[in-house]
Design a protein around this ligand. Sequence first.
Ligand code: PRP
Length: 191
Amino acid sequence: MGAPKENGRVRELIPRQDIERRVTEIAAEIDRDYAESGAESGPATAGTEPLICVGVLKGSVFFLVDLLKQIKRPVAVDFLQTSSYGAGTSPGEVRLRKDLDLPIRGRDVLLVEDIVDTGHTLQTVLALLQLRGARSVRLCALLDKWEARQVPVRIDYCGFRIANEFVVGYGLDFAERFRNLPYVGVWEPSE
Ligand code: PRP
């Protein structure tokens, strides 16, 4: 989807309560899965190896914070940032703007994203994390705009599948606006 027109309004698509309910469900699923896969789980205690949760700046931050507050197993938090489709880049080319601070070799990594759209960003980032020698890498995305996919991406934990519309709110922006909306909405340009 191209950049939307400047004037318009936001139509609510996924209400705050639906997001909260889904975040709680996904957190429980993550706790259950990592306990079953042999990774240490349970309440935060010294000596247990944290699951490294990586947010892709900036859009994932709102989802990441809400999700992690509901995960009971120990976690470590890190961030990376990519840029794409900018001046001097070809379509689908993704560049790393901010790298991880933590080493991830031999560790379980959970990548947390607000949305998977064409898939280029996540395909690149997932490959990078594998290359760094992570023991496992899973992807958790709040939104799956599946009709827009150009390259395949496996989403292990998905909040909602949505249509190919320009969405804002709960971390997602239109020219940096609307990230702090507590719900996800569709940007509807004026006629
Ligand atoms: C969005 C989103 C993903 C990426 C998905 O980030 O957070 O990182 O686009 O798109 P793709 O599947 O087509 O690669 P964006 O580059 O808009 O940055 P932001 O999170 O800072 O808004």
